[in-house]
Structure formats: C-alpha cells, structure tokens
Design a protein around this ligand. Structure first.
Ligand code: SF4
Length: 194
C-alpha cells in the first residue's frame, strides 16, 4: 500500500500497541483517533482516552478524541432498530465515523486497532469497515494483527498502560467475570453518567 500516513482508530491503548509498532515498522505513520461511544461508564470512557494520550506521548504520535458518549443508546437497545446485534451497531457507528473523519481530514486510508483482538468479530469488523471506506471514498487498510495480540498486551504492560477487563459497553461490564472488582474501583456516583 502506498500510504505513509494513516488514521488509526484506537479502540483502546493496549490494543493499539501492536498495530502502532507494526505500522511504524513498515514506515507508515499512524495518527491516533479515539472515537468510542461504546465505552461506559463515563469514568471509563475518559480513563481509556487518557491511556491513548499516553501511548501517543510514548510513541511520539498525535492523538485526537472526538467526543461521543452513548451509554443511553446501549441501554435503550438502539441496535434493535437497525442492526442484528449491539456489536454490529458498535462496529458500524465507529467505522462509519472513522471513515468519514478520514475523508474530511484528507487521509487516504484508515485502519482500526480492533483488528488485533481475538475476542472481537474480526470478519464482521473488516466487512463493515470496507463498506464504510467505499461509501467515503477512502481506503481501509486491512491487517490481521490477531496473532500478535499477546505481544501487544505485553508491550502495554511494559509501558505501564491501564489494561481493562471488559470490552467497553455497559453490557460487557455486566458480563465480565471481574465485574465486582471493576465496579469497586469506579468513583462514587458512576451510575449517574449516561
Ligand atoms: S461487547 Fe464490545 S463490541 Fe460488543 S457492543 Fe459492547 S463494547 Fe461494542
């Protein structure tokens, strides 16, 4: 691929570690974009952004955030109107926005750190991102980074980045085996943030 700067959607800092290293190793400069309306509650949404800033500082990359916090959409089951599942809504909202942001800011290509996770629906993400890219006339840079997931997590540990124990939305928090401990660590009043 003939790009040397790419917009990299960072779903979180630990997942972005390996993609960043891989892109830099190929001579491709990633600008980080934090656009994750799926991360709840508010405290966690801000905390994961702070870690993306830290990763940007460590690797000397620019990191931007576009504010969009949508816990209410998840609680209201907004996916039922248009999508097969909440995860399909989650991928679609993010990839649509990232593709349009890439177009508006003049990037020729974008990618996403979601492609590193063996816990995500990899093929669905790639398909949704390809479609979003086509609609926005930008390139989606596909990578299968999954074999390097553990490597990226180890890098995040070395860098002292916070590594969360649930995917992001309020339902995934509910499903997490560490739910009680996670909630104990949240600041008082976290449930009020929607
Ligand atoms: S489980 Fe993860 S991918 Fe699915 S909706 Fe929740 S945050 Fe998004």
């Amino acid at each position: 691929m003939s790009v040397d700067t790419i917009l990299l959607h960072a779903c979180c800092a630990p997942c972005a570690e390996y993609p960043v290293a891989d892109l830099l190793g190929q001579g491709i400069h990633p600008d980080l974009l934090y656009y994750n309306p799926n991360i709840h509650p508010r405290f966690e949404y801000d905390r994961r952004w702070e870690q993306v800033i830290r990763l940007g500082e460590i690797r000397n990359l620019s990191a931007s955030r576009v504010e969009d916090f949508r816990m209410k959409d998840w609680l209201d089951h907004a996916w039922e109107e248009k999508y097969d599942s909440r995860c399909e809504m989650c991928y679609s909202i993010r990839m649509d926005y990232v593709a349009s942001y890439a177009r508006e800011l003049g990037y020729s290509a974008f990618s996403t750190s979601l492609l590193v996770s063996p816990y995500q629906q990899h093929d669905k993400i790639a398909k949704i991102a390809e479609e979003a890219a086509r609609r926005n006339n930008v390139e989606f840079a596909y990578y299968d980074w999954r074999p390097h997931f553990r490597e990226g997590q180890a890098m995040a540990r070395e860098d002292g980045l916070y590594r969360q124990k649930y995917c992001g939305c309020i339902f995934s928090l509910d499903d997490s085996e560490w739910k009680e401990k996670i909630i104990r660590d949240f600041p008082e009043g976290w449930e009020a943030s929607r």
